[in-house]
Design a protein around this ligand. Sequence first.
Ligand code: GLU
Length: 309
Amino acid sequence: MPDLNLVVAEIADEMRQRRDRGTVAHYIPELARVDPKHFGIAVVAADGTVATGGDAAMPFSIQSISKVFTLTLALGRYGDRLWRRVGREPSGSPFNSIVQLEREQGIPRNPFINAGAIAVTDLILSGHQPREALGEILSFMRFLADDADISIDETVAASEQRTGFRNAALANYMKSFGVLENPVDLTLGVYFHQCAIAMSCQQLAMAGRFLAQSGRNPSTGLQVIQPERARRINAVMLTCGHYDGSGEFAYRVGLPGKSGVGGGILAVAPGKASIAVWSPGLDAAGNSHLGRVALEALSRRMDWSIFGA
Ligand code: GLU
C-alpha cells in the first residue's frame, strides 16, 4: 500500500508546477477575484489519518459542493418523497440550463444541477424562516466537520444575489410549475448563502467522512444517515456530480465527486477516504481543472477507483 502522506505531498508539488490551470469563474464577480495559483488537497482516511498538501487550510467558496449536504438534510426530512420533486438522472447539459426544465415540466433532472439544488433548498426552507434554514445547514456542516469555525462569506453571497439572474429565471420557471413552495426570493436567498459557505479542504474532507464510512460520523460514532442512503448519495454524485463533465470524471477518476465553481471538489473513496481538493481555475464544463487532474493521480496511485484496479 503506497504511503498516503507521500502521495499527497507529491501531488501537491506536481500541481504547484503545472501551468495549465483553467479559468476562474467570472459570472460571480467576487469569485473572479480569486488567485488561480492556489492549490489545496486534504485526505481523511478511514483509519483517521489526515494527509494535506498546498493550501489545504485556506477557506474557499464551496458553491455547489453545498448541494451534497442540502440533499442529505432534505432526504433526512422528506425521505424518498423528495424524489417526486427532483429526478436523479444525469443532465448532459450545463449546470444552469433552462431548456431541459421546459421539456420536463419544471422537474429538474437531478439535485446537483442548479434548478435541482434550488428545489431541494426550497424543501429545507418550507416551514422555516430563511435564517433558520441557513442556521440548520451551517450547523450540519459544523457537526459533520467537527469544527465550529465554518461560516458564510457574506460578500460572495451578496455578489451572487446581485448577479444571479439565470438562477432567478430557473426558480421563477419552477415556481410557475408549482415545484417551489416558498416565495422565489426567499428560496434564492437561502440558496445563494449556502453556496457562499467558506471552507478549507481540511474542513471539507472532514465533513465528507460520513459518505466514505457508510453514513457514520467518526467524530461522534453516530450514524448521520443509514448506509443505504450514503450509498445512494454517492451514486448520484458519481453520475451527476460534475454536470455534463460527469462521464469524463468517472472515466478518469473513478470516484463519486461533487464540484463547485469556486474550484473545489469533494470526492469519496467508499470505505477508504474522504478527499477535498481546491484549485480555482475551471474547465469548459465548470469543474476544477487541476482538482480533477490531482484526483485522477491520487485515485490511480492509491488504487482507489471504485471500478477496480
Ligand atoms: N452558486 C453557483 C450558481 O448557482 C453554483 C454553481 C456551481 O458551483 O457549480 O451558479
